[in-house]
Design a protein around this ligand. Structure first.
Ligand SMILES: [Zn+2]
Length: 302
């Protein structure tokens, strides 16, 4: 099965050697090691028809990094690191990263750039975001510091010594169908006129199938059965993994709150297959698993 966008990264994360600080430092000093810069949750990209990720030389930018780098892994012999440049003022960025590219939201270009590069930028962005939000120990409040090549944060209080690991929040996203119709809705945060699948976060003490059923009921008062896993997608915007499902509705009845969901309905396969004026109706962006769930369902029947 083809991986979703931002998944399928061909990088050996070398998790078993992350604790070897001397080895990581030696990799960082190699002239061909590459640095993925992140600035305020944005990635460095040269825009255009085929947007290009910009990778820097670890050595050239190391002076400005203050030791705050994350080891991403090895691609063949080449080591990849990420660094969060957020403290650098915008006007000073070209002096640090050079004249090429612009820091932009990955979601604006993810669907049209090289898949491997998109996945690498997503990984760097997600890890950098976690560090930025976990500077203090959640157990005792003391400052925490990065360890294991940036894949752990350790509490600096000897009495506490808690370790914290990068966080990924599981969310389910599901296409609800009934015969030849699929249920799509417009959230008040969606750009007009985009309709998408329902989604929601997994709560403690819930199986994924239970989350799917609960969310569909809460958002649309539809009872579902036959909840089936389809595929998953890392979604570090800022820190989720999307778990894609399909579910069958027991009836066509539904009711939305008209606050969070401002419109919804059952859409025929033929309607979803047809070309629409994108100013009147459209499905989600091409890099999203929501789009894939819809497109795969559409393609099933001739
Ligand atoms: Zn602590």
């Amino acid at each position: 099965m083809k991986p979703n966008f931002y998944a399928g990264l061909e990088l050996d994360r070398m998790a078993e050697r992350r604790g070897d600080q001397a080895w990581i430092e030696s990799l960082f000093r190699k002239p061909d090691s590459r640095l993925v810069p992140v600035w305020r949750s944005r990635n460095l990209v040269v825009e255009g028809e085929m947007p290009q990720a910009v990778f820097l030389s670890t050595i050239e930018v190391s002076a400005t990094l203050n030791g705050s780098t994350m080891f991403l892994g090895l691609h063949g012999e080449t080591a990849y690191f990420a660094a969060d440049l957020s403290p650098v003022e915008e006007a000073a960025l070209p002096g640090v990263v050079g004249p090429q590219g612009k820091f932009i939201d990955l979601r604006a270009v993810g669907a049209v750039m090289d898949r491997q590069h998109g996945a690498l930028l997503a990984y760097a962005r997600g890890l950098a975001h976690w560090h930025s939000r976990h500077q203090f120990c959640a157990n005792c409040g003391a400052p925490s510091e990065a360890a294991e090549g940036g894949h752990v944060r350790k509490c600096t209080s000897a009495a506490c010594a808690a370790q914290h690991f990068p966080r990924t929040d599981p969310a389910v996203i599901m296409l609800v169908t009934h015969g030849d119709k699929a249920f799509l809705a417009r959230n008040n945060r969606f750009p007009f006129p985009m309709y998408s699948t329902l989604a929601g976060f997994v709560e403690p003490g819930e199986s994924l199938e239970e989350t799917v059923a609960r969310e569909v009921w809460e958002e649309a008062q539809i009872r579902v059965t036959d909840v089936r896993y389809q595929s998953s997608q890392p979604w570090p915007f800022p820190c989720s993994i999307m778990l894609g499902f399909r579910a069958r509705a027991l009836s066509l009845d539904y009711k939305i709150d008209n606050i969070e969901l401002i419109d919804a309905g059952w859409f025929d396969r033929a309607h979803l297959r047809a070309r629409h004026d994108p100013d009147k109706f459209r499905t989600p962006r091409g890099d999203s698993i929501a789009r894939r769930l819809i497109d795969e369902w559409i393609a099933e029947e001739p």
